[in-house]
Design a protein around this ligand. Structure first.
Ligand SMILES: Nc1nc2c(c(=O)[nH]1)N[C@H]1C(S)=C(S)[C@@H](COP(=O)(O)OP(=O)(O)OC[C@H]3O[C@@H](n4cnc5c(=O)[nH]c(N)nc54)[C@H](O)[C@@H]3O)O[C@H]1N2
Ligand SMILES: Nc1nc2c(c(=O)[nH]1)N[C@H]1C(S)=C(S)[C@@H](COP(=O)(O)OP(=O)(O)OC[C@H]3O[C@@H](n4cnc5c(=O)[nH]c(N)nc54)[C@H](O)[C@@H]3O)O[C@H]1N2
Ligand code: SF4
Ligand SMILES: [Mo]
Length: 737
C-alpha cells in the first residue's frame, strides 16, 4: 500500500469511473451467461472465471454453476501459473462451500473459553462487541496491546491495514512459520527471491521439496513436464520416500539436518576442479576467494560421514550439476521451517547456484517478472512507532520487519515483555495448529482479555475465541486483484460465483464494520469494485475489468522473460550491488558471512527425529473436515521404519504413543521402509480440538501437540524438525467409532 499521501485519490479517469459504474452490479455474477434448453425443464448454466483459495497457489478456476448451485470446478487453462491444472483440493472446494459444519453466522462466546457454548449474534451485535473490546484494550494498554495475525490471502491486506490504522505495530504474518529463512537467504545473496525454471532445466537437485505432493504452481507441472517428459535429471534428498522420491532418478535418504554438508562438498568439488563459471563469478559475484578458502575443508569424504550419501555420488553429482549449468537448479523448496541453521543451508544452495552461473537464463534460477497494478490511495494513518512485541528490529535485524517473528512473539506475549498484549485478532489462520506446542499456544490464547477470529469454519483457534466472525467462502466473494510474480507473471481475479449461502461477509465488510465503530471508517471508505477498478485501470488491454471478468487472468505476451539482470553494469539489490557469496552484512550482524556447517543435534538412542511434510490431498490444518478430501486421506498415522518397529514390538496398525519434551499423542502406526529408521512422520491437520469440525475432531493426532519451539537465529523462522520423540506401543489397532 502506498503511504505518505494526504488526500484521497479520486477515481479520476472517466473511463475507470464508467467501467466501475457499469460493472459494479455484475461483479460476481455472470460474465458469460448462457442458457441451455432441455426438453422439460430449463437449466441455467453459467461459467464464472475465478481463483482457487484452497491453498496459497491461487490457481485459475472456471466454476460451472447450474441453477444457482456450483456443480463443478474446472481449471482455467489461460493462467500460465496453473495452466490446465486444478488439484484434488481445488476440486473439493465445492464441499467446503456446501459443508454443513461451516460457521453460518457470527458467534459470541457464552460459556468459559473452549467450553463450546456460543450465542448466535447479528452482525451488528458481533461487530459492536468486538469494537468495544478492542477499544477497551486500546484505552487501558495502548493500541500495541492488540496483536493482528494472519496468513497470506487476497483480502489479507485489509486486515493488516486495519491493524496499522488501529495503531498497533504488531502485525504478525505467517512467513516465519513457512518460508522466511529461504526468502532471506536468497535476498541476501541475489537481492531478490527468484523462481526456478523447472520446465527447462536439464538437471534438478531438491532438498526435501516434495513437489509431487506439496503442490506449487507452476513448479509441480513444470517438474512433471521437465523431469518426466523432457528427461531432465532429478536428484532428490529426503529422509522419506515421497512421491517425488519415487519419480526421481536418484533418491538419497539423507541424514536429517545435514543438507548443508552435501552442498558444501559440492562447492568443494566444483571449485577444486575449476568447474564454476569463471566469467560470471568474476563479473557478478563478490567474495569468491573467501568462499574457495572456506570450502577447502569440506571434502566429499567428510560429507559422506555427515550425510550418509556416498562420497563418489557427491563428486559425480557435483560434476553433472556444473556441466549442466546454466540449465541446472538447486531448487530452494518453499517451507524452510526445518532446523535452527536453516538460513545457512539455504544460503549454501543460493551460492552453489551462483558460482555455476545458473542465473537469469533459461533452465536456471530466474528473478521474477512482475506486472504493475494500480492502487487506490487513501488517507494515511500515523505509522505506529512503538517497538514490536517480537523485538524483531534488535533480535532479527536482517529479517523482513513487516511479517514479524511468530514464535518470538508468542514467547514475549507469554512473558509479558516488552509490554502486555491483551487482545488478538486472527484472520485466515489457525495458530493452534500452525505453531509448535499447541499447549503453549492455548496458554497464549487463554492469557488474552479478548480474541476474535475471522474464519470460514470453527478452527481450533476459533474454538478458544470470544467471537467468531464468519467470512464468506471464496466462491461467494469478490477479492482484490492479485499479481503473481514469476518467470511468467500473471494477474488473477477472484470474482463471486454464487451469493453467500449463510449470514457471512467478505473480510473487507467485516473490517469496514469494525473501522466505522472505532472512528477509523475513513480509511476503508471504498468498495471492492472501486478497489479493483483502480488496480486494473492500467493493464494494457481494452477495458481491463471486463477482460478480467471474462478471462479470469491477464498474462503479458512475450513471456517467459529471461536476462533482465544480465545487462552489463546491472546492480543487484544487495549492499555491494553484486551477488554476495561472502556477506559483510551477515558478519556485521554477528552471523557467519559464509555458511558454516553445524551438525544437527544428535538423536539419542531410542529416540526419533520428527519430520513434517504434506500429502497432495490436504492443505495444512484447513481441509481435514472436507468430505471429499477425508475420503481420500481419512486420518493420519505414524510412519515408522520396520527395524525400530520390530525392536519396539510395534506392528502395522497398532496404537502408539509419541512423546516429546512438550507433549504426547496417540495414533496408529504405519510400519514402512519409506522412512529412515531414525525419523518418524505424521501428517499435519488431524486431531482437531474443535467439535464443530465433526470429521476432524478427535480424528488422528495433532503434530503441534508434540512439536517443540525452536527457531533459526538469522531469520526467526520456526525450526519444527528440531523435535525429538520417543515411541511406545499402547494397544492393538483401534478403529474410530
Ligand atoms: N505442524 C505443522 N505446522 C505448520 C506446517 C506444517 O507442515 N506442520 N506448515 C507451516 C506452513 S508452511 C504454513 S504456510 C502455515 C499455514 O498455517 P495456517 O495459515 O494457519 O494454515 P491453514 O490450516 O491452511 O489455514 C488456517 C485457517 O484459514 C481458514 N480459511 C481458509 N480459507 C479461508 C477464507 O477464505 N477466509 C478466512 N477468513 N479463513 C479461511 C481455514 O479454515 C483455517 O482455519 O503453517 C505452518 N505450520
Ligand atoms: N498438497 C499440499 N500442497 C501444498 C501445501 C499443502 O498444505 N498441501 N502447502 C503449500 C505451502 S504453504 C508450502 S510452504 C509448501 C511446502 O512445500 P515443501 O517446501 O515441499 O515442504 P514440505 O512439504 O513441508 O516438505 C518437506 C520435505 O522435507 C523432508 N525433510 C525433512 N527433513 C529433511 C532434511 O533434513 N533434509 C531433506 N533433504 N529433507 C528433509 C520431509 O520429509 C518432507 O518430505 O507446500 C505448498 N503446497
Ligand atoms: S494447488 Fe490446488 S488447492 Fe492450491 S490453489 Fe491450486 S487448485 Fe487450489
Ligand atoms: Mo507455507
Amino acid at each position: 500500500m502506498s503511504r505518505g499521501v494526504t488526500r484521497r485519490r479520486v477515481l479520476a479517469g472517466a473511463a475507470a469511473a464508467a467501467a466501475t459504474a457499469a460493472l459494479a452490479p455484475q461483479l460476481g455474477c455472470a460474465p458469460v451467461a448462457r442458457r441451455r434448453r432441455a426438453a422439460a425443464t430449463a437449466t441455467e448454466v453459467r461459467r464464472v472465471a475465478t481463483a482457487c483459495e484452497l491453498c496459497p497457489n491461487k490457481c485459475a478456476v472456471l466454476a460451472v454453476v447450474e441453477n444457482g448451485r456450483v456443480k463443478k470446478l474446472d481449471p482455467n487453462p489461460l493462467s500460465p501459473k496453473s495452466r490446465g491444472m486444478l488439484c484434488a483440493r481445488g476440486n473439493a472446494a465445492i464441499k467446503a462451500l456446501y459443508d454443513p459444519d461451516r460457521v453460518k453466522q457470527p458467534l459470541i462466546r457464552a460459556g468459559a473459553r473452549g467450553e463450546g457454548r456460543w450465542r448466535e449474534a447479528t452482525w451488528d451485535e458481533a461487530l459492536d462487541f468486538t469494537a468495544e473490546r478492542l477499544r477497551r484494550i486500546k484505552d487501558e494498554y495502548g493500541p500495541e496491546a492488540v496483536l493482528f495475525s494472519s496468513t497470506e490471502g487476497f483480502q489479507e491486506e485489509f486486515f493488516k491495514n486495519f491493524g496499522l490504522a488501529f495503531g498497533s505495530p504488531n502485525i504478525l504474518r505467517h512467513p516465519t512459520l513457512c518460508l522466511a529463512s529461504v526468502n532471506l537467504a536468497y535476498s541476501m545473496t541475489f537481492g531478490t527471491v527468484p523462481s526456478f525454471d523447472l520446465l527447462n532445466a536439464r538437471y534438478v537437485i531438491m532438498s526435501g521439496a516434495n513437489r509431487f505432493e506439496s503442490i506449487i504452481t507452476p513448479d509441480t507441472m513444470d517438474l512433471i513436464e521437465g523431469a518426466m517428459n523432457r528427461k531432465a535429471k532429478l536428484v532428490y534428498l529426503d529422509p522419506r520416500f515421497t512421491v517425488t522420491a519415487a519419480k526421481a532418478d536418484e533418491w538419497y535418504p539423507i541424514r536429517p539436518g545435514t543438507d548443508l554438508a552435501f552442498i558444501l562438498a559440492m562447492l568443494h568439488v566444483i571449485i577444486a576442479e575449476q568447474r564454476y563459471d569463471k566469467e560470471f563469478v568474476a563479473t557478478r559475484c563478490l567474495g569468491f576467494d573467501e568462499l574457495a578458502a572456506h570450502v577447502e575443508r569440506y571434502t566429499p569424504a567428510w560429507a559422506e560421514a555427515e550425510t550418509e550419501i556416498p562420497a563418489a555420488a557427491i563428486v559425480r553429482i557435483a560434476r553433472e550439476f556444473a556441466d549442466a549449468a546454466p540449465r541446472a537448479v538447486y531448487y530452494a523448496g518453499r517451507r524452510s521451517s526445518w532446523y535452527v541453521h536453516d538460513f545457512q543451508m539455504r544460503r549454501g544452495q543460493a551460492i552453489l547456484n551462483a558460482i555455476v552461473g545458473n542465473w537469469d537464463r533459461e533452465g536456471g534460477v530466474v528473478p521474477n517478472s512482475r506486472i504493475a497494478l494500480g492502487e487506490l490511495l487513501f488517507l494515511p494513518w500515523d505509522e505506529p512507532t512503538t517497538e514490536r512485541v517480537d523485538e524483531i528490529a534488535t533480535r532479527f535485524p536482517l529479517a523482513a520487519k513487516g511479517d514479524g517473528a511468530f514464535l518470538q512473539a508468542r514467547e514475549n506475549v507469554l512473558a509479558g515483555v516488552p509490554y502486555p498484549v491483551k487482545g488478538w485478532m486472527v484472520y485466515k489462520q489457525d495458530p493452534m495448529n500452525a505453531l509448535p506446542d499447541r499447549g503453549r499456544t492455548q496458554r497464549m490464547l487463554e492469557a488474552m482479555d479478548f480474541v476474535a477470529v475471522i474464519d470460514t469454519q470453527m478452527s481450533d483457534t476459533a474454538w478458544f475465541a470470544d467471537v467468531v466472525l464468519p467470512e464468506s467462502m471464496y466462491l461467494e466473494r469478490t477479492d482484490p486483484l492479485h499479481m503473481l510474480p514469476g518467470i511468467w507473471p500473471v494477474v488473477v481475479l477472484r470474482q463471486q460465483v454464487v451469493p453467500p449461502m449463510y449470514d457471512t461477509k467478505p473480510n473487507l465488510e467485516i473490517i469496514q464494520g469494525l473501522a466505522q465503530r472505532l472512528g477509523l471508517g475513513e480509511y476503508f471508505d471504498y468498495t471492492i469494485e472501486e478497489w479493483i477498478a483502480e488496480q486494473a485501470a492500467e493493464l494494457p488491454v481494452d477495458n481491463p475489468l471486463e477482460y478480467l471478468k471474462k478471462h479470469g487472468v491477464y498474462a503479458p505476451e512475450g513471456a517467459p522473460f529471461y536476462g533482465k539482470t544480465l545487462a552489463p553494469g546491472y546492480r543487484f539489490l544487495t549492499r555491494s550491488g553484486k551477488i554476495e557469496l561472502y556477506s559483510q552484512r551477515l558478519a556485521e550482524a554477528g552471523h557467519d558471512p559464509l555458511p558454516v556447517y553445524h551438525p544437527p543435534t544428535p538423536i539419542p538412542e531410542g529416540s526419533f527425529r520428527m519430520v513434517l511434510g504434506r500429502k497432495a490431498t490436504h492443505t495444512h490444518a484447513a481441509t481435514t473436515n472436507n468430505v471429499w478430501l477425508v475420503e481420500q486421506t481419512p486420518t493420519n498415522h505414524l510412519w515408522l521404519h520396520p527395524d525400530p518397529a520390530a525392536r519396539l514390538g510395534i506392528a502395522e496398525g497398532d496404537l502408539v504413543e509419541v512423546t516429546s519434551a512438550v507433549g504426547s499423542v496417540r495414533l496408529p502406526a504405519r510400519v514402512t521402509p519409506e522412512i529412515r529408521p531414525d525419523c518418524v512422520f505424521m501428517l499435519h491437520g488431524f486431531g482437531k480440538k474443535s467439535p464443530q469440525l465433526r470429521r476432524a475432531h478427535g480424528n488422528g493426532a495433532c503434530d503441534a501437540d508434540v512439536l517443540v519451539t525452536a527457531w533459526d537465529a538469522v531469520s526467526g523462522n520456526a525450526a519444527f524438525h528440531e523435535t525429538l520423540v520417543r515411541v511406545r506401543k499402547v494397544g492393538k489397532e483401534e478403529h474410530r467409532a
